[in-house]
Ligand binder design. Structure first.
Ligand code: ATP
Ligand code: MG
Length: 371
């Protein structure tokens, strides 16, 4: 029995679902169904059991079932190291997302402690090619799975930076005011930097004991300004004070961990990730996700929940088998989606299978036989 699993998932008024209820036994789950059936919507619902806006980064309003739902709600039973927990998260039309854990109102970052989670979705296929923001988000998601305080630090940092940017844009000159805000940014920013740095070294170590043929990546933090994007508290406080004049011209903060980027080199070939083939880039991401899962499992004794949207179709048969074997060896509850059941034949007696289809009154999900 895995150390962490979603055991029940209920959806109402969420995306294509007017109502649905899933019962899970803790093994990996394969969701099968045609395009548009509602598979990714289920993964998105699960992703909302961790801090943030979920795997589509959508607003609460976008998730509301159109046309008629007055609100949406996700209810989940979680089993973590033998203990049962209940998570309820919901939003009524026109208001923000709310959260209750075990019947009590809770802030979102509390989810980071309870449910470590990582995911891979098709939009990340271009992660190594596109802007730094996606890579930073990917790194931060992995970092959060090691260090639950990463969410608090990120929130604190962003809140102070918004305040500072407002002063910069308004042309405020009051040095004491900047100093107070920059002190808060420096404190949170140093935590962010240190968490990321430690996450990278945990990932590096975990990649070394990969049991499979997924390629390893050498990871490093870089930045577009003249720093490496890693800051100690005093260093960041000084850097912010130094760049005030420049930042005022730009109307925003140009230095800090919010400008960091993640660099990856495909080790076996010594090639930058962005120069690799599409398949190699995907394999690198999967390799990192698996390394992350191994490392989290080793560190906390609990493997993270892993959401893999449309991953199987992009892998050759050997890599697909390797992925399934790793997931099962970890004892992680992975949620996999696909349109072709045959791709999951190898998991037949090691996973649960469900079929998703479009019904009269929204998507329907029901247990189905393995391929
Ligand atoms: N807010 C919403 N209200 C109602 N329906 C929605 C809402 N948001 C998305 N949908 C519908 O959900 C369906 C898509 O679901 P989803 O993305 O889960 O499909 P999928 O099974 O993952 O398909 P694919 O195999 O193409 O990825 C679409 O038909 C879309 O119109
Ligand atoms: Mg989908």
């Amino acid at each position: 029995m895995p150390g962490l699993a979603v055991t029940t998932l209920g959806l109402s008024g969420f995306r294509s679902y007017s109502a649905a209820q899933l019962s899970l036994d803790g093994r990996p789950l394969v969701l099968l169904g045609a395009n548009g059936a509602g598979k990714t919507n289920i993964l998105e619902a699960v992703s909302l059991l961790s801090p943030g806006r979920g795997l589509r980064r959508a607003s609460a309003a976008e998730m509301l079932r159109q046309p008629q739902a007055p609100g949406w709600k996700i209810t989940a039973g979680i089993r973590r190291e033998g203990q049962l927990h209940e998570i309820e998260t919901w939003a009524n039309a026109g208001s923000a997302r709310q959260l209750r854990i075990d019947g009590k109102a809770a802030p979102q970052h509390a989810l980071g402690r309870l449910v470590p989670m990582i995911w891979l979705v098709p939009s990340m296929d271009r992660l190594w090619i596109e802007g730094a923001e996606g890579r930073r988000r990917f790194l931060d998601r992995m970092t959060l799975s090691f260090f639950p305080d990463h969410a608090d630090a990120t929130l604190a940092y962003e809140r102070s930076m918004r305040e500072r940017n407002r002063l910069l844009r308004d042309g405020v000159q009051d040095v004491a005011w900047y100093r107070a805000i920059e002190a808060r940014m420096a404190k949170a920013g140093a935590t962010i930097s240190e968490n990321r740095r430690q996450a990278l070294s945990l990932l590096e170590a975990a990649q070394k004991d990969a049991r499979t043929s997924f390629p390893s990546a050498q990871l490093s933090l870089v930045s577009r300004d003249d720093t490496d994007g890693v800051f100690g508290q005093d260093e960041l406080q000084a850097a912010l004070a130094d760049s005030r004049r420049r930042d005022m011209l730009a109307g925003r903060s140009l230095t800090g961990p919010h400008r960091a980027d993640l660099d990856a080199v495909y080790l076996a070939k010594g090639v930058e990730a962005r120069q690799c083939s599409t398949g190699e880039q995907k394999a690198l991401l999967i390799s990192l996700i698996l390394a992350n899962a191994r490392a989290v499992s080793r560190q906390s004794g609990v493997p993270p929940i892993i959401l893999l949207d449309e991953v199987a179709a992009h892998l050759d048969a050997n890599r697909r088998a390797a992925l399934f074997d790793e997931i099962c060896a970890l004892g992680a509850q992975a949620w996999l989606t696909g349109t072709d059941p045959q791709l999951f034949a190898d998991l037949a007696d090691r996973a649960m299978f469900m079929q998703v289809c479009e019904g009269q009154n929204g998507s329907i999900v029901s247990a189905t036989d393995p391929p």
